[in-house]
Ligand binder design. Structure first.
Ligand code: SF4
Length: 279
């Protein structure tokens, strides 16, 4: 049985960087909590909890003097609140998210009105970006929403939540160009997610069965499973113990994909188990 691991599976650059920063801080003897779960993987969250690192919803809930800001970033008010409370922030905001925050702020400063963020209103990353731009931008999730804005003859700035697809972002830019006098586009997408999705699609077309690893609440993992399911039989698992022998009966080619919050050790453990039960 041949097992193909989708290129770019598991931790993306930003999550790997955040995990490395956290690990180093812990090894240096620092003790801290995280503002929200650092990633959507129950095993990683549990591992952190076993080290006394808790995910708190607000700075009021921690008794530590250091709190981790996760890759999604936070609005500036959180930095101010931390300073008032005497809490240090270990900031793991992904550099791509940081770019999006700066882009939104710059567009507002340069007088573009409205500044449009293509993304999900309730997503923590978008809440952070909005905060860095004085909450002035409007958030849209579709070109139809852009068309409903009153932008005729106006100077429009437009950027994207990092994980939006190229097609969605481009369709929103096109919609803005229909009416606005000027459209200033800053491409703040991070291509990692889309690259992984494309690679998953390519592998799924060539294999008899796909195993997609990641937290059940991880939206990027669910999306990989949806993509794989279009082309072949696909199973979404969180842990190797969920694998069933009958999935691999008569199977010659297996594909393995993993979401951005799946640690390397978990991918290795799944591949090992597939080899054992499929042998
Ligand atoms: S998906 Fe992209 S923007 Fe998000 S944390 Fe990973 S590298 Fe950063």
């Amino acid at each position: 049985m041949k097992i193909t691991i989708v290129e770019g599976s598991g931790f993306c650059f930003g999550v790997q960087r955040a995990m490395d920063m956290i690990e180093k801080a812990y090894e240096d003897g620092l003790r801290f909590d995280t503002l929200g779960p650092i990633i959507h993987n129950p095993f990683v969250v549990k591992d952190l909890e076993s080290k006394g690192i808790r995910a708190v919803d607000s700075l009021d809930q921690t008794d530590k003097k250091i709190v981790v800001v996760r890759t999604h970033g936070v609005p500036p008010q959180v930095y101010e609140e931390a300073e008032k409370k005497g809490i240090k922030l270990l900031d793991t905001t992904c550099p791509f998210v940081f770019n999006a925050q700066s882009a939104a702020r710059r567009l507002v400063e340069e007088g573009y009105d409205p500044v449009i963020i293509v993304g999900k209103k309730e997503h923590p990353e978008v809440i952070g970006i909005l905060g860095h731009a004085w909450n002035k931008p409007v958030v849209v999730g579709s070109p139809e929403e852009v068309e409903k804005l009153n932008i005729a003859n106006r100077r429009v700035g437009i950027l994207s939540q990092t994980t939006m697809t190229f097609d969605l972002f481009a369709s929103c830019v096109r919609a803005a160009m229909k009416y606005a006098k000027e459209v200033h586009v800053i491409n703040t997408r991070c291509a990692t997610t889309e690259r992984r999705q494309k690679a998953t699609m390519e592998v799924a077309q060539k294999v008899d069965v796909m195993v997609v690893i990641g937290g059940r609440n991880s939206s990027n993992t669910k999306r990989l499973h949806e993509i794989a399911s279009k082309y072949t039989r696909s199973y979404h698992i969180e842990h190797p113990d969920e694998l069933k022998k009958e999935w691999f009966d008569g199977v010659e080619n297996v594909g393995v994909a993993a979401g951005a919050s799946t640690p390397p050790w978990l991918i290795e453990a799944v591949v090992k188990k597939i080899k054992e039960i499929g042998a």
